[in-house]
Design a protein around this ligand. Structure first.
Ligand code: PEP
Ligand code: MN
Length: 357
């Protein structure tokens, strides 16, 4: 049975929202202790530090490994902060349990993999740990739900969800697209589980963290996970997105915490929809820019082969095909015509500039 209304979180009797902070990666004993002591002066409850780092490509810093576990124990002893790490397999869970890690999280590259999640759930069965599940890398609500269900089946009572954004093929202002709607959907699916926002991995840039955090609070998230480092530019991983403990403090002071009823008001729905529109507008511009880049490549080919920029047959083909597609998708013929005339004009301008070079 699910605990009621974030009961495990409420019973921690800490300030609202829950703040999880600390470096992307544990680097040295001195580094974790310096950061943790500085975080004591902020509203942080849980100290985070990656010990094993899942890197997309081999050869990047992959974490210092288990030698960091005693350092984190010292953090807990000296500061009273709860300590948390990412786990990706049963052996890492075993080491975390042996070293009294309080909170474990399953990372985005692991929550996509039901075998790995099941292995972690089995290794945690019978323990009383707090376990957070980050959203899977790809925007798939079902996978995220499934990962949580595996933990619930293993009788884990203190589960939370972390929204860290979704990777996208398109260029974006975000490192990982927020797709806020998926987070709202998972909250509706598990209304009693706390939802935490990780603006660091969504934004990928420290200047986006405050705005993303405020959006999360406006959408009634229950907490934030923010990567924090005493010397962010020198961090061994994710340097661009980390903030200093002082900056974290300012961000937390600036944030406006909305009333905590469980109904999403129309203002919050509006905020959410506007964020979605901003994201789509950003994608429209990136896609158009990508289209122009391709048009320029075509221009280079035409120049090599000495053919005219304007190819009327090809143009009417594009035009007709897209009007038809627009009609199928509820867009008027006039609208698609207008847009495509402009797009075509811009493509010709780009191709001509190639010819002039
Ligand atoms: C992290 O929290 O440092 C991390 C690797 O996150 P994610 O799984 O969200 O990429
Ligand atoms: Mn990181």
């Amino acid at each position: 049975m699910e605990t009621k209304n974030n009961q495990w979180l409420s019973s921690m009797e800490q300030t609202n929202p829950l703040v999880i902070a600390g470096p992307c990666s544990a680097e040295t004993e001195e580094q974790v202790l310096t950061i943790a002591h500085a975080l004591k002066k902020t509203g942080t409850t849980i100290f985070r530090a990656g010990v094993w780092k899942p890197r997309t490509r081999p050869g990047n810093f992959e974490g210092v490994g288990k030698i960091a576990l005693p350092w984190l124990k010292r953090v807990k002893k000296e500061t009273g902060l709860l300590i948390s790490i990412e786990v990706a397999n049963a052996n890492q869970v075993k080491l975390a349990l042996e070293n009294d890690v309080d909170v474990l999280w399953i990372g985005a590259r692991t929550s996509v993999n039901p075998f790995a999640v099941q292995e972690i759930a089995d290794a945690l069965e019978g323990t009383n740990k707090i376990v957070f599940v980050k959203n899977p890398i790809n925007p798939d609500l079902g996978l995220w739900i499934g990962a949580i269900e595996r933990l619930q089946k293993a009788n884990i009572k203190k589960i939370g969800m972390i929204h860290r954004g979704f990777s996208s093929y398109r260029k974006s202002m975000y490192r990982n697209e927020p797709n806020w709607q998926i987070a709202i959907d998972i909250k509706n699916h598990f209304p009693n589980l706390p939802l935490i926002c990780d603006p660091s991995h969504i934004g990928g840039r420290r200047d986006l963290i405050e705005e993303l955090s405020q959006t999360a609070l406006d959408l009634q998230y229950n907490g934030l996970m923010i990567e924090t480092h005493h010397n962010p530019d020198k961090a061994w991983s994710d340097a661009k997105q980390q903030v200093t403990p002082e900056r974290l403090n300012t961000i937390l002071e600036n944030l406006v915490v909305r009333k905590s009823n469980f109904e999403i008001t129309s203002k919050e729905i509006l905020t959410n929809l506007r964020m979605e529109i901003n994201q789509i507008d950003h994608q429209i511009i990136s896609i158009l820019a990508e289209r122009m880049e391709i048009a320029e490549k075509i221009g280079q080919e035409k120049k090599k082969q000495n053919v005219a920029v304007l190819q009327p047959k090809r143009w009417s083909e594009i035009f007709d095909k897209n009007i038809e597609l627009g009609l199928k998708n509820g867009l008027s013929k006039e609208f698609v015509e207008k847009i495509y005339r402009e797009i075509h004009q811009e493509s010709i301008t780009h191709q001509k500039s190639v010819f002039k070079k």
